[in-house]
Design a protein. Structure first.
Length: 76
């Protein structure tokens, strides 16, 4: 079963896939002097990095647990 923190990785994917359907993004607008679609994609590229960092932060790594167990056994 997947962990709830894995849902953070879905948010940027949904944002990218919804780009053509959002009227405030897919129109003749400029955001910060660049086309809105480009600005939207740049924003969600950074959002992808942030969401993957959250997933990595909350993930439990089995290698770390094994190392901790070995260190505790060696100390005992």
């Amino acid at each position: 079963m997947r962990k709830p923190h894995m849902l953070w990785a879905v948010v940027p994917v949904l944002a990218f896939l919804s780009t053509p359907f959002l009227p405030f993004v897919n129109g003749p607008y400029l955001w910060f002097g660049i086309p809105s679609v480009l600005a939207w994609c740049l924003l969600w590229t950074a959002g992808t990095t942030a969401s993957l960092a959250l997933v990595e932060h909350f993930a439990q790594h089995t290698d770390d647990a094994d190392d901790r167990d070995e260190a505790e056994e060696a100390a005992a």
